[in-house]
Design a protein around this ligand. Structure first.
Ligand code: ADE
Length: 338
């Protein structure tokens, strides 16, 4: 299955969803639920930068997809009172693309680069001086007419997002003054996200229904919002006054999202490890090949949550399925031998 088809995928599916989610996105730190430690720190850095009338230092946000890195970057721009421009690593193909973006910035603006680990090397290299001293040197023209051009830039803030900080080169990482790790959300935080989103949709929801969606959202608000949208459809067609626990359970069963929020792809990964490799240890690339996914998809989107809930563990010789996962799947620890 393509990851985009997964209802519990953390990956954003594109423009339509982005548009509807805009209204769901909190705009201020006060509206932003969860990530308490980050919010507390960032609030101080923002206040200090504003008092000094300087741009905020560059910020690197890293962590699994769907936890609100883009949203937080937008919140920081609102709180700083500056413009927010967004792009992504793969969208910037050549140095000229980056120069065009930087050239449009007003002093203090925030440039957000999603998937910053996917910037081409020659683009990354011109970011170094842009971030450090607010200028870029590029070569314009070809062959005989080639000449270096020195571009001063307005002071700006780069906010970069990536799934794993380790994917970034050391020189790029070193240029971020503020580095924050986004964590999975607690059930209570996700319940608050579901209640807030239901209010944005003008949908009535019972606290038990909201909690059940939260519990099965893999610690990820993007998943909560996606499940809420689908459950809301079921509730509407069933003429429910309010989204209650019964309709949530019914809808999630049909969507094959299980008690712990795992879907077919998660179960396929665990079953493959158990049936073909006796529960491991087995390498990530081998698992990925066997379940028909990219290694990066397994590493960034499937495995982190399975590790977080203690269903998979990483060892020096590869990944292993834990007894807790066997028990969740209703398997005996020795089932792989059958
Ligand atoms: N919607 C998605 N993520 C959210 C968050 N962290 N806070 C509030 N609403 C959200």
């Amino acid at each position: 299955m393509d990851d985009d088809e997964r209802i519990i995928s953390g990956e954003s599916t594109g423009l339509d969803e982005e548009k509807t989610e805009l209204s769901l996105r909190p705009r201020t730190l006060k509206q932003y639920i969860g990530q308490e430690k980050i919010k507390k720190e960032v609030a101080i850095y923002i206040e200090a930068a504003k008092n000094r009338e300087e741009p905020l230092d560059h910020v690197l946000l890293y962590g699994p997809p769907g936890l609100g890195k883009t949203t937080l970057a937008g919140v920081i721009a609102t709180e700083m009172g500056v413009n927010f421009k967004t792009t992504s690593g793969p969208a910037i193909e050549k140095p000229g693309d980056l120069v065009a973006l930087l050239n449009e910035l007003q002093p203090g603006d925030i440039l957000f680069i999603d998937e910053i680990h996917r910037l081409p090397k020659n683009v990354e290299e011109i970011l170094y001086s842009a971030m450090e001293d607010f200028y870029i040197d590029i070569v314009v023209g070809q062959d005989a007419t080639a000449h270096p051009v020195h571009f001063p830039l307005p002071p700006f803030t780069l906010v970069g997002a990536t799934t794993r900080a380790g994917l970034l080169s050391a020189p790029l990482r070193a240029r971020f003054g503020i580095v924050e790790h986004m964590n999975y959300y607690t059930e209570d935080e996700l319940t608050a996200v579901v209640l807030r989103s239901a209010a944005v949709f003008d949908s009535k929801i019972d606290p038990q229904g909201a909690h059940e969606i939260a519990r099965r959202s893999r610690g990820t608000p993007r998943v909560s919002n996606r499940l809420l949208k689908r459950v809301r459809d079921f509730a509407q067609v069933a003429h429910k006054e309010s989204i209650d626990l019964e309709i949530v359970n019914y809808a999630l069963k049909l969507l094959q999202v299980d008690e712990r929020g795992l879907d077919e792809t998660d179960r396929k990964m665990l079953m493959t490890m158990i049936k073909l490799y006796a529960g491991g240890p087995v390498g990530l690339a081998t698992i990925a090949a066997n379940i028909g996914e990219e290694t990066d998809t397994v590493a960034d989107m499937i495995e982190p949550y399975l590790m977080q809930i203690g269903f998979v563990k990483r060892t020096a010789r590869g990944r292993m399925v834990t007894p807790a996962a066997y028990s969740h799947l209703g398997l005996d620890l020795h089932d792989e031998k059958n």
